[in-house]
Each structure stands twice: as C-alpha cells, then as structure tokens.
Design a binder for this molecule. Sequence first.
Ligand code: AMP
Ligand code: ZN
Length: 112
Amino acid sequence: MDCIFCKIANGEIPATKVYEDETVVAFNDLEPQAPTHILVIPKEHISSAAEVTEENSKVIAHIFEVIAKLSKDLKMDEGFRVVNNCGDSAGQTVKHIHFHLLSGRKFTWPAG
Ligand code: AMP
Ligand code: ZN
C-alpha cells in the first residue's frame, strides 16, 4: 500500500522520531504549526478515526498514553492541544490515522 505514514512507521521514509515502541511511532511534523508539533500514529494502518473499531481501538488508547508521556518528557506544562482531522472536509490529507500534538504557544478556540 502506498501510504507515507506506513513507510515512516517501517523506516522506508525518514522522519525525526521522538518516540517509538512496538505499536506506535511519534515524529516531528514537516510543517510545524506550533513550536512543538508532533504526529503520533499507530504502526498498523487505520485510515481514519471513522475506522476505529472494537478490534483495533487498543492502540488508540495507547496513543493517548504516549501523548501523556511526551507531554511530561517535553515539559508541556502550560498545556497542549491534540488534533485529529477525519475526512476531506476536516482537512485530513494523509489517510493513515494520526494525532497532532501541538504545544508551545497559545491556541484559540474554536480552530486555530
Ligand atoms: P492532516 O492534514 O491532519 O492529514 O495532517 C497531515 C500532516 O502530515 C500535515 O501536518 C503534514 O505537514 C504532515 N506530513 C506530511 N508528510 C510528512 C512527512 N513526510 N513527515 C512529517 N510530517 C509530514
Ligand atoms: Zn498507512
């Protein structure tokens, strides 16, 4: 399958990885939208949040454990934002589920 995040997960395409274990990889976004902008993905290909099921949701829970760990390790004491874009109208450009972990600036709500 021609999926850029599968290729990052298996090492075919380079990325600046900040965390990796058996099921999850986290790496710096190529076009950071905040001083810290990390993408956290499952190694398994799940195309979007709309495809999360009882069978594959364990890794999604684990992603949030990894996010909590990264927030402590990287001292995101002031707060952070987790974003998932699902589908075209939400702006999902890579069809492999990923969670943006953003920190280091003030965020507006909604959006921004
Ligand atoms: P989304 O628009 O939610 O699908 O987010 C996709 C994100 O992947 C964007 O923020 C891109 O900057 C980022 N991205 C695309 N290709 C790469 C890559 N090779 N390495 C790191 N980040 C990437
Ligand atoms: Zn993939």
